[in-house]
Design a protein. Structure first.
Lengths: 428, 345
């Protein structure tokens, strides 16, 4: 199975007459996009804002981030089950807009949304600050409940990304990379002597707006199973998650899963990448055991010798992470865990809610409790008052001059547990 | 730069074990290793006084010895306090750590000591005091003193002190955010490759050992006073006391004597880690007051404690949580509460 990913570089975004890409600038027909999004009867109004790297702009409260992509050749379309029909994706050619992302903004719960600063000290933590951002500000109809609201914003984000991605069809890609996935039996014949590796991708599906979707369906209750790496690049996994912004996987992170990318690049050279085991993080202990047991089962079926396990979120998902680690290790499968920490503002506390002594190889993506002060910005997209209620914020976060004091936990994507960023901790 | 130096009876040339009961004496100028250190500072620092105290005396009369030493030190307007190096001498190590900590806390003078990492003086004091790493015997004095001389200006500088491996101190147990030159994903694959090949690798997060709480024997319910605590963030509507949605820095107490049911619009959750819709619809789903009142009236237990305790468990540091637990437990014990129902989310 082979997927060609074509990178289309975007260095600026502007509103224009027609949605198109010219000289690396993405022009957006605002009216057309708004009209498309307003097709959803749950939406009362949509504003489209733009934010560029280096601008004095703060975006808050953010729900999801999505990369514009489009299928240029091959079966199906991006975000199958949502924007396009339900067909298996992951083959042919897909183009994506590099340096560009859709950021859905607007109040849902006002506790679980995040922040992006386009400049200043807050801009160093997550890659999104370095991208050109298209921000649909979505106001729902007055009478809808929170769950319908979440769904409406989720869909609007995916539709915007697919709509903008279409523009890439008219241009040539700047750089192509081919990702090849060999079926397990062939891979085993081709690379019998390389380390046999799986990636265990734990995603939240806890109900209550902590959900992720696979081919349009909630992962909740599903049996852990294999998904090919290239399907993920085509948007087969979509975030519907309203959890702590610093360490939930946005849809962007799924589309660009950096562990999958790195394993694919080393496949056939340093290791034999047998596939991705997609598994769930539930809140119930029985379901946690179910997920861990069955992950082990699938890992054994494909003959894995080593596994990377990434966590989504923190707190009770640490039990999923540690249970799965324990089971794999006890069955002779070497594991590396990818997580983050809540070690207190002074970094002196234990940073995880659950541990096992079997977890002897752990990558940490930083301490979410670190307090940072971020200067005022000339422009705020969204609603700055949210800063006092979101995760990482507190009463007193917003200062009179517009500067804010927050824990890193409020900066979306900054402690991403797929290891998308470079932040980590060191003992002092 | 004025330095005050602390050494034991042995390094103070008073005697060996037979002189270990020597009470603190103060001598003007540098004695023993203090002289060596002063030389290495090449005129940048002067040891104005050396305090010499027997190891056994300090161990057996800690608070008295400390008081006396602090009183003596406060006479000099010193910039820095230095103790040791203690190498692997246990009583000496504890004395060095203890007196350094007291000088920092009471006199606000930065302090430095040095010892072997396994010295029992390391663990109780490394969190607050910079302890440089030395060899296990006085044979490593030649190596230890230059390190101390190098580190002293760091204590007075505005520049942040670097990581233990660069600066030579024993880790103080603070996890600090830094940027790596590789992404977390690439580091994870690198680590897996090393682990699978049996090569050495460094985990980025050694697993802490959790303390386990042993369940206590059951209680007799019909005589018992029961309290209810939640980490689910249930507070009066509008969150009048501003409980944080995450990393809580306090717990709150609310009276429930005259309330039989937590009603929508009167109570809510502020927890930032779960969907609040169902909790706000009926806050009893998180803090089951309605059922507890019923059970109380049915005399299933004797009495419901008249207040409830609430905090938020969302990304809250374990150190905070432990403190809340201790404070709440103390209060409940004083008020004769026999049992607690703790609801989490």
């Amino acid at each position: 199975m082979e997927l060609k990913l074509g990178k289309v570089n975007i260095s600026d975004i502007q509103f224009g007459e027609k949605t198109q890409i010219e000289d690396k600038t993405l022009f957006i027909n605002k009216e057309e996009l708004v009209e498309y999004l307003m097709e959803d009867s749950n939406i009362k109004s949509v504003e489209i804002e733009l934010a560029r790297p280096g601008e004095s702009t703060r975006i808050i409260p953010i729900k999801d981030i999505i990369q514009p992509r489009t299928k240029v050749e091959g079966k199906g379309g991006v975000f199958p089950g949502f924007v396009n029909d339900l067909e298996t994706v992951g083959t042919g050619t897909t183009y994506f807009l590099e340096g560009c992302a859709v950021v859905t903004c607007g109040k849902i719960l006002h506790v679980q949304e995040g922040i992006i600063d386009m400049s200043g000290p807050g801009a160093k933590y997550a890659s999104f600050s370095k991208m050109n951002l298209i921000v649909p500000l979505i106001e729902p109809k007055d009478d809808i409940d929170e769950h319908t609201h979440e769904k409406a914003i989720r869909l609007a984000g995916l539709k915007t990304a697919a709509y903008l991605g279409e523009a890439a069809k008219e241009v040539n890609s700047d750089q192509d990379e081919i990702f090849t996935y060999d079926p397990v039996d062939e891979a085993k014949k081709l690379y019998p002597d390389l380390p046999q590796v799986v990636y265990v991708n734990m995603i939240q599906c806890q109900g209550l707006m902590h959900d992720n979707y696979v081919y349009g369906l909630n992962m909740k209750g599903m049996l852990p199973g294999l998904i090919t790496p290239t399907e993920i690049f085509d948007g087969a996994i979509v975030s519907g998650n309203c959890a702590a912004p610093c360490h939930k996987h946005t849809t962007f992170h799924h589309q660009n899963n950096p562990i999958v990318v790195d394993l694919m690049r080393r496949h056939g050279k340093e290791l034999n990448f047998l596939g991705v085991i997609l598994t769930k993080e539930s809140t119930m202990l029985a379901e946690k055991k179910h997920a861990a047991e069955y992950t082990l089962n699938v890992a054994k079926m494909v003959g894995a010798q080593g596994a990377i396990i990434s966590e989504e979120g923190g707190g009770n998902p640490e039990t999923d992470l540690m249970l799965t680690c324990e089971m794999l290790e006890e069955n002779g499968i070497d594991t590396v865990l990818v997580t983050d920490e809540y070690a207190g503002r002074d970094g002196r506390s234990q940073g995880l809610a659950d541990v096992t002594q079997k977890a002897d190889a752990v990558v940490t993506n930083g301490n979410g409790n670190e307090l940072v002060k971020l200067p005022p910005m000339d422009k705020v997209i969204g609603d700055i008052s949210a800063v006092e209620t979101i995760v990482g914020g507190f009463k007193g976060s917003l200062h009179d001059d517009g500067s804010i004091s927050v824990e890193l936990a409020s900066l979306i994507g900054c402690l991403n547990e797929m290891g998308f960023e470079n932040l980590t901790t060191k003992l002092k | 730069m004025k330095i005050i130096y602390y050494i034991n009876q042995f390094f103070g040339n008073i005697g060996g074990e037979e002189a270990a009961n020597q009470p603190p004496v103060i001598k003007e100028g540098a004695v023993g290793p203090a002289g060596g250190l002063e030389n290495m500072l090449e005129g940048k620092g002067e040891v104005v006084a050396t305090i010499i105290c027997g190891d056994s005396y300090f161990a057996e009369n800690q608070s008295e010895a400390k008081d006396k030493i602090l009183k003596e030190i406060s006479k000099y307007k010193a910039d820095i306090f230095v103790a040791g190096p203690a190498f692997n001498a246990g009583r000496y190590g504890i004395a060095c750590g203890s007196i350094c900590q007291a000088v920092q806390e009471k006199l606000k003078i930065p302090a430095l000591t040095a010892m072997y990492p396994e010295n029992p003086g390391v663990d109780p004091y490394r969190k607050e005091v910079y302890i440089l790493k030395t060899g296990d015997s006085a044979a490593s004095m030649r190596k230890a003193l230059p390190k101390m001389a190098e580190f002293i200006p760091r204590l007075l500088s505005d520049e942040e002190i670097g990581f233990p491996e660069e600066e030579g101190y024993i880790p103080q147990g603070r996890r600090v955010n830094i940027f790596s030159d590789k992404s977390g994903a690439v580091r994870a694959v690198d680590m897996l490759m090393k682990k699978m090949k049996g090569e050495e690798f460094d985990t980025e997060l050694p697993m802490p050992v959790f303390t386990h709480v042993e369940p206590v024997p059951g209680i007799i319910l019909d005589e018992a006073t029961i309290a209810v605590i939640t980490t689910g963030g249930i507070v009066p509507w509008g969150n009048p006391d501003s409980l944080k949605a995450s990393n809580a820095d306090r717990f709150l107490i609310y009276n429930i004597e005259d309330i039989d049911d937590l009603k929508e619009g009167e109570y809510q959750t502020v927890h930032g880690g779960y969907d609040p819709v169902y909790a706000n619809e009926d806050p009893d789903r998180i803090l089951p007051l309605d059922v507890l009142k019923e059970l109380e009236s049915e005399k299933v237990f004797n009495k419901l404690y008249n207040e409830y305790f609430v905090t938020v468990g969302n990304t809250t540091a374990v150190s905070n949580a432990r403190k809340f637990g201790e404070d709440i437990a103390e209060r409940l014990l004083n008020d004769g509460v026999d049992g607690v129902i703790l609801t989490s989310t």
